[in-house]
Design a protein around this ligand. Structure first.
Ligand code: EPZ
Length: 435
C-alpha cells in the first residue's frame, strides 16, 4: 500500500494522458444495476477506491459482480438482502442511493449513515423528504435508516428541490423509474454524470427525460431490463490535468476530455492565460504568457464545478494580482488552503460573499470566499491530504514547488483518481510512490 507520494517540482508536463471514467457516474450506475434482475455491463469503469467500495457493498447484498479491465458486469438476480451493513457506514456517499433499488426490489431498505469528504455538513434532508413524498416511511435510529413502502410500491410525485442537489436528484431518479405513475423533479441537478445515469436508465427500459428549467420527468415502468453502457470520461480529472499543464508551462493532450462537459472551466482557464485546442482525440491544453488574476464562482452545472475549485486555486496563486474564489456549493471547502499558505501562498478566507452574487451562505458566517494574492513562489512541504479534490490540488502545488514535497493520506486520492502517479510520471513529472 502506498504510504506517501514524493514530488520534486519544476518540470513542465508534456505529452498525453487518458482520462478515466467518471467516478461520480460509475458509482451511481453500479447502484442502478440493482433495478433489474438481468445483467448490466458497464464499460470505462475506473479502477478507484470509491468503485471498489461500491462493488464490495453491492456484493455484500448478494449481487454477483465480475470485473475484467474497465468492464464491470453486474448480475443482481442474486440480490438477497435489503440491508447495507455497518461496515459500509461513512465510507462514501453511495449507500443512500440504494433506497430506490432496495425498496423497489424488497419493499424495505436498511441503510447506514453516510461518509464522503469532509467539506461541509452535507445533510440528506432533500433525499429523505423526496422519498417520503413518494410513499416511503423512513425512521433513523442510531445512525441507521430503516425504510419501508406504504402500500407496496413507490408512487410518483412532484418533487421541488430546495437546491439542485446532485445526490437527491439521483436518488429520486432511481426511486422513480419503477414507481407507479409519473415523477417530476423540479430545480433538479443536470450535471453530465446525472445525464449519463439517465441514459443508462433509458437503455434499461426507463422512460426518463430532461425538460426545460432543470426539470426531470420520469414515467414509472413495471420493470427494467439488462443493458450495456459506457461511462462518460471524468471531467474533474480532465480539468485537474489541464490545470497541471498550464501551471507547469506544459503542453498536454487530455485524451477523452469532452468540451461540452467543461465549457465553464475552459472559459475560466482561457481568462487566466491558459489556452486549448480541440482535437478528435480530446483537448490539448497549454500556457500562453503569464497567469492573470481572476474571479471564480463555483455553482451547479453548467456553472464552474465546485470540484474544479481546488486545483484552479493553485493556478491563481501564480497570477500577478488579486484573485477571488467564491464557493457557493459547499459552505466550508477551503480547509485545504492552510497547507498551501505554509508552502508560501497568500490565501485568506472570508465569510462574506465575495462573488458577483450573494449565495445561500450569505451572512451565515461560513468560510466560503477566498482572496488569493499572487504571484507567490511555492516551496516544498510535507502535507497530509484532507479530502479527495484537495489531494489532487496538493499534487499540483508540489509540481511547481521548489524542492521535494512529501504527500501523505494518499488513500484519499486513490478513492477518486486512477493510477495518478503513473499518469503524472507519463507526463514527465518527477514523482514516486513510497510504500
Ligand atoms: C456530489 O455530491 C458529488 N459526489 C460531489 O463530488 C460534488 O462536489 C457535488 O455532487 C456537487 O457537484 C458524488 O457524486 C459522490 P449535493 P453530493 O447533494 O451529491 C446541500 C467529489 O470529490 N444538500 O449536490 O453529496 C449540500 O450540503 C465529491 O467527487 C442539502 O442541504 O452533493 C451541499 O451544500 C465531493 N441537503 C449542496 O446541497 C441535501 O439533502 C450540494 O450537495 C443534499 C444536499
Amino acid at each position: 500500500m502506498t504510504q506517501s507520494i514524493k514530488i520534486t517540482g519544476g518540470v513542465p508536463l508534456k505529452g498525453e494522458v487518458r482520462v478515466s471514467g467518471a467516478k461520480n457516474a460509475a458509482t451511481k450506475e453500479l447502484v442502478a444495476c440493482l433495478l433489474t434482475s438481468e445483467k448490466v455491463t458497464l464499460m470505462n469503469v475506473p479502477d478507484i477506491g470509491d468503485v471498489s467500495v461500491t462493488i464490495d457493498m453491492l456484493r455484500g447484498l448478494g449481487v454477483s459482480i465480475e470485473r475484467e479491465g474497465d468492464r464491470v458486469t453486474v448480475d443482481a438476480s442474486t440480490l438477497t438482502s435489503p440491508e447495507v451493513t455497518e461496515a459500509f457506514s461513512r465510507k462514501n456517499r453511495i449507500p443512500i442511493l440504494l433506497f430506490g433499488p432496495l425498496l423497489s426490489r424488497f419493499g424495505t431498505a436498511i441503510i447506514p449513515a453516510l461518509g464522503g469528504c469532509k467539506i461541509g455538513a452535507r445533510p440528506v434532508d432533500f433525499h429523505l423528504t423526496a422519498l417520503q413524498q413518494m410513499g416511503t416511511d423512513i425512521v433513523c435510529e442510531d445512525g441507521v435508516y430503516r425504510a419501508s413502502i406504504e402500500g407496496g410500491r413507490l408512487h410518483g410525485a412532484v418533487i421541488e428541490l430546495a437546491y439542485p442537489s446532485v445526490g437527491a436528484t439521483e436518488n429520486v431518479m432511481l426511486a422513480a423509474v419503477l414507481a407507479k405513475g409519473t415523477t417530476m423533479i423540479r430545480n433538479a441537478a443536470i450535471e453530465p454524470e446525472i445525464k449519463d445515469l439517465a441514459m443508462l436508465l433509458q437503455s434499461m427500459g426507463a422512460i426518463i427525460q430532461l425538460d426545460v428549467n432543470q426539470t426531470w420527468i420520469i414515467e414509472g415502468v413495471e420493470s427494467l431490463h439488462g443493458a450495456t453502457h459506457r461511462v462518460i470520461p471524468d471531467r474533474i480529472e480532465a480539468a485537474s490535468f489541464a490545470v497541471a499543464s498550464v501551471l507547469t508551462k506544459g503542453d498536454v493532450l487530455i485524451r477523452g476530455a469532452v468540451q461540452d462537459h467543461m465549457i465553464s472551466f475552459l472559459n475560466a482557464l482561457r481568462r487566466i492565460g491558459g489556452d486549448f485546442e480541440m482535437t478528435s482525440e480530446g483537448i490539448r491544453v497549454f500556457r500562453v504568457g503569464e497567469i492573470k488574476p481572476s474571479t471564480v464562482e463555483t455553482d451547479v452545472y453548467p456553472g464552474f464545478a465546485t470540484d474544479w475549485q481546488q486545483p484552479f486555486l493553485i493556478l491563481l496563486t501564480q497570477a500577478d494580482g488579486v484573485s477571488i474564489v467564491h464557493e457557493t456549493v459547499y459552505e466550508s471547502r477551503f480547509g485545504y488552503t492552510d497547507a498551501l499558505n505554509a508552502m508560501g501562498a497568500n490565501i485568506t478566507i472570508h465569510t462574506n460573499c465575495l462573488g458577483a452574487k450573494a449565495c445561500r451562505f450569505s451572512y451565515r458566517n461560513h468560510p466560503h470566499s477566498a482572496v488569493v494574492v499572487g504571484p507567490t513562489p511555492l516551496k516544498a512541504a510535507k502535507i497530509e491530504i484532507p479530502d479527495l479534490r484537495a489531494g489532487f490540488s496538493y499534487l499540483v502545488a508540489a509540481l511547481i514547488a521548489k524542492g521535494t514535497s512529501t504527500i501523505t493520506g494518499v488513500d484519499l486520492i486513490n478513492r477518486g483518481y486512477e493510477r495518478i502517479v503513473e499518469k503524472l510520471k507519463g507526463l514527465g513529472a518527477e514523482i514516486e510512490e513510497v510504500q
